[in-house]
Structures are given as structure tokens and as C-alpha cells.
Ligand binder design. Sequence first.
Ligand SMILES: Cc1cc2nc3c(=O)[nH]c(=O)nc-3n(C[C@H](O)[C@H](O)[C@H](O)COP(=O)(O)O)c2cc1C
Length: 317
Amino acid sequence: MILSLAPMEGITGSSFRRVHAACFGALDRYYTPFLAPPRVGSGFGRKALKELDLERNAGLDVVPQLLTKHADEFVWAVRLLADMGYREVNLNLGCPSGTVVGKGKGSGFLRDPEALDAFLGEACARSPLPVSVKTRLGVSDDAEFGRILETYCHHPLAELIVHPRVREDFYKGAPRWEPYGEALERAPFSVAYNGDIFAPDDFERLTRAYPATRHVMMGRGILTNPALARQLRGGTAASREELRGFHDMLLDAYEEEIGGNAVFRMKEWWSYAQYAFADPVAVHRAVRKVRRVDEYKAAAAGIFGGERLADTPRFRG
Ligand SMILES: Cc1cc2nc3c(=O)[nH]c(=O)nc-3n(C[C@H](O)[C@H](O)[C@H](O)COP(=O)(O)O)c2cc1C
């Protein structure tokens, strides 16, 4: 079973991946948050280069993710990635954000299966690296997925990662497992599952219902409980000391990466990590208003010193 970390823009970047792997053991695979390909003929910008830097990703199996609807840009970016030493590229066909969808990218590309078919034909034929796709079921109705899946099946994808929601769901409501099962059955390439695996019992239910599952990608579950993958492999839950150590190392990494903005990045992490504690509301209150690093450190010390851990950490956003 492959266990991977989901791409999450602004959250699961290279600092997070590195610190997570150092504290809880490396996952089998990591996906970068989406990167926009540079214009044909240009290089990646500074932020993307940091995200892709081989030293910052040393020892980890990292798959860069691209967000585009232009085959030329895609192929150009994949060439740059291949030259850097990457071995697979992932195409984002799931992003639900209004600005992205409005430009016909991310899940907005699912509106037009013919254009998607043409894009994938060119991308797969010209890409120097195997191409995997991370997809939603459609824009507004899961009935759209039949046609979309048929489109994918025409192309030699390295893998299809299914987040079984439609764009209009954003991240709400239960993921629809049946279309995932349909993809698992019909696709001539590997199919991975992603969505709402927050605790070991979610994973057990999924793999019992779909025993052919070979790859589960997790995002919010790991942000809430960084030991989740270890637990799925039969290991122990995170202790308070481990969580504190992880927190401190993450804060250091963000301070080094983005200086004073580290506090804001950590507060975003707490919006998930609060559910590792028995009283998430108290945790939320403790960090909500802090701005300065010293205030932040005092608030975090209070949480680790005083708040009880949840019996079963589970994201409840
Ligand atoms: C804040 C945030 C940022 C995200 N950024 C990306 C992204 O860059 N690329 C992508 O494919 N999905 C992105 N996603 C979706 C996640 O990869 C994943 O599909 C989603 O969180 C569902 O999985 P989970 O229930 O395990 O968290 C993002 C989700 C969130 C909440």
C-alpha cells in the first residue's frame, strides 16, 4: 500500500514535508502544491524553485504538480522538471477555487472533456515524464464522471488519483466512493484514493469496501494527526512530546523560510492540529489572536503544557 501526502497549497510545501518525514518517518510519496508552469522559454520563478529544490526534498519521493490547460506550457515545464531529475509529474484537475475554475483550469477543465482529451493526447505524447492526474468527479454532478473517466482511459496515464467530490462540493459532504470504485475497476492504469481518511477506521472501511486499493493519499488527516500513516502501518499514535517536537521543528523551518510570516503559517496548521486535542475550541482560542512570534510561542507552550490530547485525533472542519 502506498501512503502519500496530498498537495495542499500554502501548507504541505517543502518545509512541512521535510519536518514531517524527520519526525514521523517519510511517507511513500509526496506531491508538491500546484505550480503554474512558466512561459515557454522561461524558467520557474523563485518560489517554485524553492519548492522544487532537490536539497530541500532530499530523501523524499516528490512528484511536482502542475496547474494549466495549455499543453505547450505543460510540456515545457515537464522538460524543466525532467532536467532537474524528477521522475513523474502530476496534473491538477481538482482545484475548486473560483479564480482557477473561471480560467478553465483545475476542476474547471472537467467542464470540457473534449478539450481535456486533446490536452491529454498532446501532453502524454510529448511529455518526457510519466503523467499522473489528480481529479474530481466533475463540476456539479457526479454523473459527469462517466464521460471524464472514459476520457482518461484513452490515455497512458501513470496514475489517476480520485478525490471523489465534484467542484461544487468544495471539501464538504461525504466523498462518493462508488465512482472511485468504478475507476478502480475500469481504468487500465493505477487508481489512487483521496478524501476524508482522517483516522484508522476510515482507512479500514475504505480498504474493506475496495480491497483493490493500492494507494491512499491523505491531506487534512495528516495535518491533524501527523502520526496517521504510522498508525495505518500498525505503529503508535503521536505522543505529546512528539507533537511538541514536530511543532517546534516546523516553526523553526518556517521562520527560516519566511521569517515573521511563520506565525500565520503555524496558525493555519493549528486550524487542523487543534483536533489532535480533546478541546479544539480552547486550542483555537489560544492561538487565534496572536500576531508576534513571542506571543505565539507562549500560546503554543500553554497548549502543549495544559491541553489534553484527543483519544482519537480526527479532523472535523
Ligand atoms: C488549503 C488547501 C489547499 C489545497 N491545495 C491543493 C493543491 O495545491 N493541489 C491539489 O491537487 N489539491 C489541493 N488541495 C486538495 C487536497 O490535496 C485534497 O484533495 C483534499 O484536502 C482532500 O483530501 P483530505 O480529505 O485527505 O484532506 C487543497 C486542499 C486544501 C484544503
